[in-house]
Write a protein that binds this ligand. Structure first.
Ligand code: 13P
Length: 248
C-alpha cells in the first residue's frame, strides 16, 4: 500500500518571519501521522522553517536545486547545502521553472540524478498545456517528460521518486482537472513507469495530482486508484491545507 503524500508548494511567498508564523498556524492542523506532509518553501525560508517544524510530522522541501556540487554558479543552491539545512524533498521541473527560467527535460534529469545521489527525494513535476490537451498529445508529452527526467535512474531509486502531475491549465486558475482526467493521466504515468522499469517499481512510485487542489476537491482526487496525494500551491498557504491533509 502506498503512503499518501501531501506537499505544499509555497512558490515565491512568505518572508522568513511570515514563514515561521505560517508553520506555527498549520502545525496542529496537519498533525496527521497517516500521511507524509511536506512543506516546500523558498530557499531563504528553509532554515527557519526546519527549526519551526522540529518535533512535528512536517518534512521540509526545497522548490529547486542546482545539479552541480559547488562552484561558480552565482545564485544557485547546491544539494549538500539543502541536506545540511535539513531538507528531505525537492520540487524539480515545476512548470513555472520550465516556462519562466528555461528549464529543459535534460536539466531536470541532471537535477533528479543529483538529488538522488544526495538522498533528497525529488518531487518531479510534469504536465501539459491546454493547447496540448486540445491537440490530444497529453499522454505523449507527459511520457516524454517523465522518461527523460528519469533517464539513468535505477529502478530502486525511481521507486522512491514522487511524480507530480500538474496540468498547466489547472495551476492557479481555480480550474481543477476532473477526478477522471487526473486519474487517467496518473494511471498512464504508472503504466509508463512499468514499461520503463517493471511492475514493482510502478506499484511503489507515488504520483501526486497538482493544480487548484482545495479542501473540497482533495477527497475525491486522493481517493483515485493512481493518485497518491497532492502538490498544493495557493491552498497550502492557508488553513485549508489542514483540511487537505486530513482529506478523509
Ligand atoms: P495551485 O494549487 O495554486 O493551482 O498550484 C499548483 C502548483 O503549481 C503546485 O506546485
Amino acid at each position: 500500500m502506498r503512503r499518501k503524500i501531501v506537499a505544499g508548494n509555497w512558490k515565491m511567498n512568505k518572508t522568513p518571519s511570515e514563514a515561521v508564523k505560517l508553520v506555527e498556524m498549520l502545525k496542529p492542523l496537519v498533525a496527521n501521522e497517516e500521511v507524509d506532509v511536506v512543506f516546500c518553501v523558498p530557499a531563504i525560508d528553509i532554515i527557519p522553517v526546519v527549526e519551526a517544524c522540529k518535533g512535528s510530522n512536517i518534512k521540509v522541501g526545497a522548490e529547486n536545486m542546482y545539479y552541480e556540487e559547488s562552484g561558480a554558479y552565482t545564485g544557485e543552491i547546491a544539494p549538500a547545502m539543502l541536506v545540511d539545512a535539513g531538507v528531505e524533498y525537492v520540487v524539480l521541473g515545476h512548470s513555472e521553472r520550465r516556462e519562466y527560467f528555461g528549464e529543459t527535460d535534460a536539466m531536470i534529469n541532471k537535477k533528479v540524478l543529483k538529488a538522488i545521489e544526495h538522498k533528497i527525494t525529488p518531487i518531479l513535476c510534469c504536465g501539459e498545456t491546454l493547447e496540448q490537451r486540445e491537440q490530444g498529445v497529453t499522454m505523449d508529452f507527459i511520457r516524454q517528460q517523465v522518461k527523460i527526467a528519469l533517464q539513468n535512474v535505477a529502478a530502486a531509486d525511481a521507486a522512491n521518486v514522487v511524480i507530480a502531475y500538474e496540468p498547466i491549465w489547472a495551476i492557479g486558475t481555480g480550474k481543477t482537472a476532473t477526478t477522471e482526467q487526473a486519474q487517467e493521466v496518473c494511471a498512464e504515468i504508472r503504466k509508463c513507469i512499468a514499461e520503463v522499469y517493471d511492475d514493482a517499481t510502478a506499484a511503489a512510485i507515488r504520483i501526486q495530482y497538482g493544480g487548484s487542489v482545495n479542501a473540497k476537491t482533495a477527497p475525491d482526487l486522493f481517493a483515485q486508484a493512481d493518485i497518491d496525494g497532492g502538490l498544493v500551491g495557493g491552498a497550502s498557504l492557508k488553513e485549508d491545507f489542514g483540511a487537505i491533509v486530513n482529506y478523509k
